[in-house]
Design a protein around this ligand. Structure first.
Ligand code: MSP
Length: 541
């Protein structure tokens, strides 16, 4: 079986999760679920990055030890991700022994190979971002953090350095050749542009000061230093699978993140891997930012969309609706996207309540009304309306599936998911044009045969559409399959169960998984109840 390994950034535990963390993890979840649907053996990893100085600071502010604070927030992340029904196969914390031990061993290997060496470092420290900035960058931003605008601190340290400069040519070659794919394209160009300005060696350790809290991983060869948090954090992608059972997943197929941390993932991490003689990840995907009602979310503005708010939306509209909105309306590409209630309700009503929900219930009702709930035949897939228009749903479904597979491969996740909705819309158009409810009034054999042809074609199209929607709406899709007695999950009661066959087989029109003559469709409850656009937004408190 082909394997697939997808990761999210590991998130800082100085604070609780918010929409940004959920969004990236959702994209990784949609990718993981889609790849499982395609028949691959998937490993999906997320987790938390705990050795940052800001974790120590935040813990002190809350009068608890760093590990207590990390425990508390790591638990919040776990809880939030479970509430969003993310299907991660593991959750790594960098304070875990399994990570610390291996991260230190990679550093030792780099010291041994001469890729890490001692030197003096003088630079501008951005405490809010935990990174050094070069003189040029610091100057350009008036010696303030480009992200938080807080003053930079001049620091001189005797440090260990990673010889990033050694890997410039090879990195360029990997990126140019597409062996290391950076998506979207705009981001790739940015990285190449910055690479052309040349690479310098980067500090990878911090000298431990007497007043420092004991936090972080020590340099294996020199306990007076600890490993710079970014360097060990990046290695989580490898430490977690660096064992007999999981080694087969490396290299990662996709590292998912937002644009803020692309440089670390597209340049520093691959260079470390080159130095370790490890194969490189295949794709680094950097999406844009979620903004709140048009304004960038920030701590100081206090306009973060917190996880509690998403949970309220999920209670009101179902978490699959939240997943759908975020996955299809979010900043998947190079630009940012808004989270706004008005937009949420529009999308919810048009695509979910009046879209897939209505189509499913309409078709099941008509099958009930005209055929006692059992399909009268195997769907032909091609229906001609009274005005002579022909609807080839069979071809449309095949096209949707083909497009979906291609889009998933290119990580156009929002486009891939819309393929399912596109197919639902085609079903609606076909119903509108062929008017089965009018035809049925004639009650002649010929008319009822045509009604049967229309409805079986609708049912088969919707069966296929729900497969394509499932990576974003696993539970609602499973609900349709349950009501329609479609056995595509190993356990029909468990929306997260594995698929019994790969998409190519499941989605084959008239194939082994199609609904035959006599197949019973139960109506079930409405999937998504229409929302009144004037009702107030779900509030988090
Ligand atoms: N700990 C580092 C990552 C180390 S990975 C080896 C870190 N953590 S973070 O908690 O700050 O998370 C940053 C990531 O959270 C972004 O790259 C993105 O995935 C997600 N987001 C945070 N805010 C976001 C938005 N406003 N919008 C979309 N995603 C955002 O950096």
């Amino acid at each position: 079986m082909e394997r697939f390994y997808v990761t999210t950034p590991i998130y800082y535990v100085n604070d609780r999760p918010h929409i940004g963390h959920c969004y990236t993890t959702l994209l990784a979840d949609v990718t993981a679920r889609a790849e499982r649907l395609l028949g691959r053996e998937v490993f999906f990893l997320t987790g938390t990055d705990e050795h940052a100085e800001k974790v120590v600071k935040s813990a002190a502010d809350h009068k608890v030890s760093p590990i207590e604070w990390a425990d508390r927030n790591a638990a919040e992340f776990r809880k939030a991700f479970a509430a969003m029904n993310f299907s991660n196969d593991d959750f790594v914390r960098t304070t875990e022994e399994r990570h610390k031990k291996r991260a230190a061993s990679y550093i030792q290997r780099l010291v041994d190979s001469g890729d890490i060496e001692l030197g003096d470092y003088e630079g501008w420290w951005d405490a809010s971002q935990e990174e050094y900035l070069t003189e040029t960058v610091a100057k350009r931003h008036d010696f303030k953090s480009p992200v938080t605008n807080k003053p930079l601190e001049k620091r001189v340290e005797r440090n260990y350095f990673f010889r990033l400069d050694r890997y410039e040519a090879r990195l360029r070659e990997e990126i140019d050749s597409g062996r290391l794919r950076i998506l979207p394209d705009a981001r790739r160009n940015e990285v190449l542009g910055r690479l052309n300005q040349g690479l310098q060696k980067v500090p990878v350790s911090r000298r431990i000061r007497p007043e420092d809290v004991d936090w972080g991983i020590r340099m294996p060869n020199d306990p007076d230093h600890r490993i710079y948090v970014w360097i060990e954090a990046l290695s989580n992608y490898l430490t977690t699978v660096d064992n007999d059972a999981r080694r087969k997943f490396w290299p990662a197929d996709v590292h998912m993140m937002a644009k803020d941390i692309l440089w670390f993932h597209a340049v520093i991490w691959p260079a470390m891997l080159l130095a370790l003689h490890e194969p490189l990840p295949r794709t680094v995907y950097a999406h844009g930012y979620f903004v709140a009602d048009g304004v960038k979310m920030s701590k100081s503005l206090g306009n973060f969309i917190e996880i509690d708010r998403l949970e309220k939306y999920a209670e009101r509209f179902h978490r699959d609706a939240v997943r759908w909105y975020l996955a299809t309306q979010g900043p998947t590409g190079a630009s940012d996207a808004d989270f706004a209630y008005g937009r949420f309700v529009d999308v919810y009503n048009s695509e979910l309540a009046n879209g897939v929900g209505n189509a499913v219930s309409r078709v099941a009702s008509m099958v009930q009304k005209y055929f006692g709930g059992a399909l009268p035949a195997l769907a032909t897939g091609v229906v001609t309306a009274g005005d002579g228009t022909t609807f080839d749903l069979r071809a449309r479904a095949a096209e949707a599936v083909r497009g979906f597979v291609e889009d998933i491969g290119e990580l156009r996740l929002d486009v891939a998911l819309r393929r399912g909705i596109g197919l639902v819309e085609e079903v609606d158009r076909m119903i509108t044009a062929t008017r089965p409810f009018t035809l049925a009034k004639a009650e002649t054999d010929a008319a009822m045969a045509q009604v049967g042809e229309i409805l079986t074609t609708c049912a088969e199209s919707l069966r296929i559409a729900t497969l394509l929607l499932a990576p974003a709406m696993p539970e609602k899709s499973a609900e349709v399959w349950r009501n329609w007695n479609v056995a595509v999950l190993a356990d029909p009661r468990d929306a997260n169960a594995r698929f019994v066959a790969p998409l190519a087989e499941l989605a084959a029109w008239g194939g082994a998984h199609s609904m035959r003559e006599g197949h019973v469709l139960e109506k079930g409850d409405a999937l998504f109840l229409r929302a009144d656009p004037t009702e107030p937004a779900p509030a988090s408190s």
